[in-house]
Design a protein. Structure first.
Length: 145
């Protein structure tokens, strides 16, 4: 019987790289055809360039943004990560519907990410997070349609 891959260790390595602004390490462990989905918006980023774009958007809006792991569930095909994202909103936050100018506020919110991993590389990431809490902390009223 083969040992289950330690996909949780891969996630820890990639979150550490994110916290240290090491985009090269993140991309080295990401498949060329990765798909990232921001579930609250049904917003999709495709391939390494899309993944890079997403990280750059986050780090432009919240240059000191960090991801602190709270818990993980490792499984054969991937890992589920619960984390707290925190950062200071000093740059424009580009969302799917509008751009939020810098507020200077510190935000902190829970995120749950479901990762698919194949051959030691991230192939798909589905990110679930509370957008209302984020907007409230930024002092922004959500648009109601």
């Amino acid at each position: 019987m083969m040992a289950m891959p330690d996909n949780a260790a891969l996630a820890r390595l990639m979150y550490d790289a994110f916290n240290n602004n090491d985009l090269d390490t993140i991309l080295a462990y990401t498949s060329d055809d990765v798909e990232l989905v921001l579930m609250p918006f049904d917003l999709h980023f495709h391939g390494l360039e899309g993944f890079r774009e997403f990280i750059q958007r986050v780090k432009t809006a919240l240059p000191d943004c960090t991801a602190r792991l709270v818990s993980q569930i490792n499984h054969e095909a991937g890992v589920v990560n619960e984390l707290v994202a925190q950062g200071t909103h000093t740059g424009p936050l580009v969302g799917p519907y509008r751009q939020i100018p810098a507020t200077g506020r510190v935000i902190s919110y829970y995120v749950c990410e479901v990762w698919d991993v194949n051959n030691g590389k991230l192939t798909k990431l589905r990110s679930y997070f509370d957008t209302l809490t984020m907007l409230r902390q930024l002092g922004v009223r959500p648009e109601v349609t």
